[in-house]
Design a protein around this ligand. Structure first.
Ligand code: PLP
Length: 395
């Protein structure tokens, strides 16, 4: 065999175990997909409808532009300028086939001699990408002791030996914890990582999912062309279309050129049909309605499930963002042992160890073994009773 073997990303590891145990795909009708990271793909109360078709011409069957189709890049720039006064142009936008490909490309092109600083509890695939690309990285403590809320001073990270620069890699709101850095704390973070020799990849996949309102680092960046800051967004969660595979990166123009060049040999652009579809979703009045509807619906779901999970005696550490609860299990239980019980009910959660950025490759104990992530993203308002019934039985 000529290829390096590499295991599936943690969420998929759980999905495959679920499929082995139940002969179903988590998310199929009748299953309880609490490990899944996808949102409802149906119209929300007071939300805009999701178009059921997209018209294409023979021009749309041609190759796409390497950095994204101009109308979509412009719509994305207009979006950030309208809601966050970002002061960007379409030249600051590169379109990718989802959020993860954008993250992968940014980290793949990091200059050698750069230390990545990442919170110790973070979005599962960061662990895979840092390992695969062999990027030197250092951990910012995010644990039970600080309630998964690092202090501002925890981000004062020095480069590791043999490196001279630091790049922060951070999901905000954080997956899995839902903790969000907003307002003046976000401004300070942006300022800290705008200094020479500093940069940041701020992953805003859950931008819309934040109580009381969406937030973006772009509100606090005065001139992105003067920074090494990369803001990643996607149509996946906020616009409720994970299947369209459209994401983007907002960055300095010189960085966007690198992504264009990368796309020219490594990606070949993104499906034009998907880009057309997402361009419709970004129409400003529609997106305004979508932001409000996502916020209202998922805040109410977050609150309901917080009450339900707490009533079972589970200790919650969740913030006010994302569509997850981040909870500690009673003494002696692990996420994996709970899944054994949940699989019998065609339900499953994400074991906390899969969000541990310091976990050893190939398994072994993790400080997050007794934590789990409960997703309410794909759940309809009607499933609450049956969800709680299963949880009550298992706990
Ligand atoms: C923190 C975070 N970033 C980015 C993404 C992007 O996902 P995708 O590649 O599906 O657009 C996700 C999806 O789960 C996420 O949770």
């Amino acid at each position: 065999m000529l290829l390096k073997t590499f295991p599936p990303m943690g969420v998929y590891e759980t999905l495959f175990k679920f499929a082995d145990a139940t002969a179903k795909y988590m998310g199929d009708a009748g299953t309880h997909p609490w490990a899944q990271g996808f949102p409802l793909t149906t119209q929300l109360p007071d939300g805009p409808p999701l178009p059921t078709s997209v018209a294409i011409t023979s021009d749309d069957l041609m190759y796409p532009k390497a950095d994204g189709q101009p109308p979509l890049r412009q719509a994305i720039a207009d979006y950030y300028n309208t809601f966050y006064d970002a002061g960007i142009t379409a030249d600051n936008v590169a379109v990718f086939a989802g959020g993860r490909p954008a993250i992968f490309a940014i980290l793949a092109f990091l200059l050698e001699g750069t230390t990545v600083a990442v919170e110790s509890t973070e979005y599962t695939p960061y662990w895979d990408v840092l390992r695969l690309l062999n990027v030197p990285h250092t951990l910012i403590p995010s644990n039970v002791e600080n309630r998964f809320r690092p202090a501002g001073s925890d981000y004062d990270v020095e480069p590791l030996d043999g490196t001279s620069r630091v790049m922060l890699l951070k999901s905000n709101p954080c997956n899995p914890t839902g903790v969000a850095t907003t307002g003046s704390a976000l401004r300070e973070l942006v300022e800290k990582f705008s200094a020479p020799g500093r940069g940041a990849l701020i992953d805003e996949a859950y931008e819309f999912y934040l109580d009381p309102e969406p937030e973006s680092a772009l509100r606090h960046i005065d001139d992105i062309d003067a920074t090494d800051i990369f803001v990643v967004g996607a149509a996946t969660k906020g616009l409720q279309v994970p299947g369209m595979r459209v994401g983007w990166c907002i960055a300095a123009k010189q960085h966007i050129e690198i992504f264009r060049n990368y796309s020219s040999f490594g990606m070949g652009g993104v499906s034009r049909a998907s880009q057309l579809y997402v361009t419709q979703l970004m129409e400003l009045e529609r997106v305004r309605q979508a932001r409000a509807a996502v916020g209202a619906f998922f805040t109410s779901q977050r609150n309901r499930y917080a009450e339900g999970l707490a009533s079972l005696g589970l200790e919650l550490f969740s913030g006010k963002g994302g569509f997850y609860h981040w909870a500690r299990l009673p003494e002696g239980l692990t996420g994996d042992s709970v899944n054994e019980l949940l699989f019998a009910h065609e339900a499953g959660i994400l074991p906390g160890r899969l969000c541990d950025m310091s976990r050893p490759a190939g398994g072994g104990p993790s400080s997050l073994d007794n934590m789990f992530r409960f997703s309410f993203g794909p759940l309809s308002a009607e499933s609450y009773k049956s969800d709680m019934e299963i949880l009550r039985r298992v706990f």
